[in-house]
Ligand binder design. Sequence first.
Ligand SMILES: *Cc1c(COP(=O)(O)O)cnc(C)c1O
Length: 488
Amino acid sequence: MRFIETRGNDGEKASKVTFSEAILSPSASFGGLYVPEGLPSLNLSFLQKHITSHYKDLVIDFIRHFEIEIEEGIIREAVDRYDCFDDPDNPVPLSQIEEDCFVSELYHGPTRAFKDMALLPFGYILSKLAQQRGEQYLIMAATSGDTGPATLETFKDQPNVKVVCLYPSGGTSDVQRLQMVTEDSGNLKVIGVKGNFDDTQNSLKALLASAEFKDELASRQIKLSAANSVNFGRILFQIIYHIHSYLELIRQGKIVPGDEIYLVVPSGNFGNALGAYYAKKSGLPIRKILIASNSNNILTDLITKGVYDMTARELILTESPAMDILKSSNVERTLFDKFGASRTKELMESLENKGKYHLTSDELRRLREDFDATFSDDILCEKEIAKYAKKGYIMDPHTSTCMRAYHDLRVDKLPTVIYSTAEWTKFSPTVAKALGYNASGDLDALGWVSSHANRGVSDSIKALFDKEIRHTAIVEKNSIKDEMLTFL
Ligand SMILES: *Cc1c(COP(=O)(O)O)cnc(C)c1O
């Protein structure tokens, strides 16, 4: 399988690259992204074959069908990293919360958010490739709070890779910030940026595109890569858990192979949703992918009206901060898949130059063949958290954005999988508030919710509050480069 470019080729870069090339240097011509030339086809016999498979074996076989050039032994070692999840035999449990509604819990890894699902194996593969090539890489991650900890976790002490992680100062929870600033490995650097997540991500994109910055790195023999979901190496691993959810429903006797289901994806940068889309295109029987947003509901407008307009919006800080995003990077890959490179280039240039684009009514119709969308504000999310807590299920505020999509968007009452992208412990003050208690901080909230709802808090979260703070830098956007070069 080769990888092609979403905005066409500029005549300088190769027009097709290998998987290794796409993940080591993820920026394609004209600022576009790499996408696979095709997708494997998952027929019913693939599903039948994996009904009793371990999650890791499903991953390995799926990737075999993807035909990338990475040795299978490396893939195997990469997925062995799932052994550190709560239950190594079942790293992604599926819990039932309604007759026809199931929660796929993607957060049972070390940083308690779903970013571990993709970043853990991806980080291992990237470091291996760097070692095989004898090259040194700098990974720059912009995080709204969950990518950062997971990126640091996956690369800590890994050879041939250094990580600089940028987070919006004040834009993360205490737990998220502590997960980053207490990391003490010599190849990791964490910098707080004064601004919101879009500012942070834009600074990162500008640096990644800057020739001057690349020259400075080249003089130090360092190459640049990225670990956010612009990197296809992450998307690959995000296709697989959608297949796993489907298989879990079969195992639990809720569907038979071939039955259609709905998926509800709480979305920000659209990586998770794109994984679902690729799974659907590969043949997984998904009726529709329902996109859940918070009050930053730009994706709702895109999918219901065909309008992507950032000019009329300011980023709103919500209680589901990992979804506080206006420029949602992976929408581009979906546009490419539906409308081709030249139209994608036109739309993305319009977004960059005018801050907006409009789909034609035919394009909107095609998008809606696979997607529908809605959003929930904080008040609604808190209500849903309280409602399910009464029934004995504690969900985090990102997961709770899914409930309105589940209630309002389904045309037929098909079994529905909603994705839980974070454990409640990462956003405990909001969960406490939803249950009627105003906590003074994460520690207070963790204690209150855990005794009120009789839930344990994992040791890794508890330990954060006693760890030494190693990274104290908080800088203006224009000082990021200097701060990084000092570290390097
Ligand atoms: C990253 C994240 C999301 C958004 O996922 P995308 O793939 O960027 O759409 C949602 N919830 C949580 C908790 C996250 O960490």
